[in-house]
Design a protein around this ligand. Structure first.
Ligand SMILES: Nc1nc2c(ncn2[C@@H]2O[C@H](COP(=O)(O)OP(=O)(O)O)[C@@H](O)[C@H]2O)c(=O)[nH]1
Ligand SMILES: [Mg+2]
Length: 193
């Protein structure tokens, strides 16, 4: 749930980017970091170094500016779905407002996508969230690659709920800001301001 500081008139919202290993979660945050204007960002904490899978998490705070007299900030995290660090997982999932699920569009990643989505549902349920109500965006990433699934099939398998979804090529910063804008729009709708 969003945290509101009435004194400073700030609202902090938390968004986690889920998805199978190598789907492009870290690149999504990097892309947002490099594409957003100076005042929107403060700095990215990349716990994974420059290459390879994210061992812990990435973190990027993004400001949405002023909405009805409140400064609205999104705290973006990436989280590897399978982590040995259960305490970290618990902390990252605390106060979650929304999530992005980054799909690896390659045919060979299909089983991983489905398994990862099932895992996210289980995880959110275990942490007491109502899975059908949580705002989310499904992002079909790696659309530039060979041997990818048609979007229609991905949608059928991974977005039967009809949540907002976007195609993306995170390596070229295509679709990454749209994904963020789409999740921001849904979060703002839920804020009681
Ligand atoms: N061709 C292509 N490669 C991508 C795309 N998105 C991510 N990658 C590559 O996939 C690998 C994993 O990306 P990363 O962001 O670290 O995935 P994460 O494990 O989900 O955080 C990297 O080598 C990226 O360059 C994309 O849209 N197109
Ligand atoms: Mg990563």
């Amino acid at each position: 749930m969003a945290f509101t500081n009435f004194e400073t008139r700030e609202i902090h919202c938390k968004v986690v980017y889920f998805g199978p290993a190598s789907a492009g979660k870290t690149l999504n945050l990097k892309s947002v970091f490099t594409s957003t204007a100076g005042e929107m960002k403060s700095g990215m904490i990349d716990m994974g170094g420059n290459a390879g899978p994210t061992p812990f998490f990435d973190f990027l705070p993004v400001s949405l500016g002023k909405i009805k007299d409140y400064h609205v900030k999104l705290h973006l995290y990436t989280m590897p779905v399978h982590t040995l660090y259960e305490t970290l997982q618990h902390t990252l999932l605390k106060g979650l407002d929304a999530f992005v699920f980054v799909v690896d569009s390659r045919i060979e990643a299909m089983a991983d996508n489905i398994e990862s989505m099932a895992h996210v549902r289980r995880l959110l349920g275990e942490h007491g969230y109502s899975i059908s109500d949580m705002p989310r965006v499904i992002q079909y990433n790696k659309r530039d690659m060979a041997d990818i699934m048609p979007v229609g099939v991905l949608r059928e398998e991974l977005n039967s709920g009809g949540f907002p979804d976007h195609e993306a090529i995170a390596t070229r910063s295509i679709g990454t800001l749209e994904t963020l804008q789409s999740i921001a729009k849904q979060i703002v709708k839920t804020l009681s301001i």
